[in-house]
Design a protein around this ligand. Structure first.
Ligand SMILES: Cc1ncc(C[n+]2csc(CCOP(=O)(O)OP(=O)(O)O)c2C)c(N)n1
Length: 424
């Protein structure tokens, strides 16, 4: 909802008048431009699957009763006119599962999880599950470990994606693999690929139910056996290098199981959580914000999303925290017991160290790309009245949620991190 000056100010250049109508373009499902007293029926036709923009024009000092009657919003129904729930492409890839079928699970609405869980258990195909699916820890041996690598080395004939666009590397690799048939079931209607693919758009639970009885297709490419080997290797490395960044993410992931929710900021935390977080205990709610806003506003987004939640945990990178240093100013309004803000301080944007293009650069240029720095967060915590714990080794992991927000600065051992990636 944006507040605007009265419509007569448009195009005048009067102080603080900008053009707000249609500001969000195609990123919203609908936009309305209304005066306070005219607001009677709004949100008409909003599915709730994408944002809606309400631009509200107010006179100076406007007071008094506002709108009385708002349209009833039926959230959760997929977009008006966008629905396409022809399930034939999905049935096609299930029928042809002998060519290799893998399910890629992106973020799922909590209400869709149970239905999707039953479907996947029946299907028995290997699953590459994002942590935001809520099913990564609940599908047991069906979930691939190090799936991005396994699938890249031996691509399947079919990929069935369910939910939001997956974050993993293999989804990006699919752009260059036109021979892999991709079918998506999505609420929003985004294919998530610039190449050809089939798309079913609608309420995910309904789509899955519409498939009726499903035969078990299993794992014709033997991915789950490869995954078992990779799981052993990952556990061995995490055990041998517990103070590497992946090792510390694993330990954090065990501690975070006591939280009521988890928020992963952009960049490596999302990737590393998918690959290295514990897989035994499901998290109640995992949020991640990987949108076009990038690393901007992540802490504010977390505080807003969890304004009334106790025991909310967040894990973000150091640059991500630095992009939102003023966010804890909100803590006075949203402070809750047990809030844990974990910043993985690896001294810059280390996601870039993993990119071949950056590794090919000279050391000085690579340091510029990563914005390397030697700053710590202790004084930042003090500035906003947060409790502070610095974790620079396994023995420091004695972190206990308190009555107010605790900032946990996790400093991985760079040498162990390098060794980890060398051996991984
Ligand atoms: C607003 C914005 N600017 C720049 C980027 C590009 N970018 C992507 S990841 C990243 C580095 C993030 O660093 P950090 O939060 O320390 O996480 P790490 O990679 O070390 O896990 C940057 C600058 C972005 N995503 N968003």
């Amino acid at each position: 909802m944006s507040a605007d000056r009265p419509a007569r100010f448009r195009g005048s250049g009067a102080p603080q008048a900008i053009e707000q109508v249609g500001l969000f373009g195609g990123y919203v499902e609908g936009a309305e431009d209304v005066g306070w007293r005219e607001v009677l029926t709004v949100f008409d036709g909003w599915s709730g699957a994408a944002p809606w923009h309400l631009n509200l024009c107010l006179e100076e000092n406007e007071t008094g009763a506002g709108p009385r009657r708002l349209a009833r919003v039926r959230l959760g129904e997929a977009g008006g006119g966008k629905q396409n729930i022809d399930m034939l492409p999905v049935l096609g890839c299930i029928r042809e599962a002998w060519r290799g079928l893998v399910v890629m699970l992106g973020g799922l609405e909590p209400g869709d999880r149970e239905e999707v869980w039953h479907f996947l258990r029946e299907l028995g195909a290997p699953v590459l599950a994002d942590c935001t699916s809520g099913l990564r820890e609940a599908l047991g041996a069906l979930v691939l470990v190090d799936g991005d690598r396994i699938l890249r080395e031996r691509p399947p004939g079919h990929v069935l994606r369910i939910g939001q666009v997956p974050v993993g590397r293999f989804w990006r690799d699919l752009e260059e693999m036109p021979e892999v048939n991709v079918v998506s079931i999505s609420r929003t209607g985004y294919s998530g690929l610039a190449r050809g693919s089939a798309l079913v758009t609608g309420d995910i639970s309904r789509c899955v139910r519409a498939l009726g009885e499903i035969r078990r297709v299993g794992d014709s490419m033997d991915y789950l056996r490869l995954s078992k080997g990779r799981r052993g290797r990952v556990d061995e490395l995490l055990g041998a290098l517990p103070e590497s960044e992946p090792g510390m993410v694993r330990t954090l992931s065990v501690l975070a199981t006591v939280g009521s929710s988890l928020y992963l900021g952009n960049s490596l935390p999302v990737r590393e959580w998918n690959d290295f977080a514990q897989r035994e205990v499901p998290y109640e709610l995992v949020r991640a914000n990987r949108g076009a806003n990038g690393i901007d506003g992540q802490i504010s987004a977390w505080l807003g999303a969890t304004a009334d939640e106790e025991d909310a945990w967040a894990v973000v990178g150091d640059l991500t925290a630095m992009y939102d240093l003023a966010a804890p100013a909100l803590l006075g309004q949203v402070e809750c017991r047990g809030r844990m803000l974990c910043v993985i301080n690896n001294g810059g944007g280390r996601i870039f160290d993993r990119l071949p293009q950056v590794r090919a650069l000279d050391a000085g240029t690579a340091a510029l790309v990563a914005n390397r720095h030697g700053h710590g967060f202790r004084d930042w915590a003090a500035m906003w009245g947060m409790d502070y714990v610095r974790v620079a080794g396994m023995e420091d992991f004695d972190i206990v949620p308190g009555g107010k927000t605790t900032l946990v600065e996790v400093v991985p051992d760079q040498r162990q991190t390098e060794l980890f990636w060398e051996k991984f």
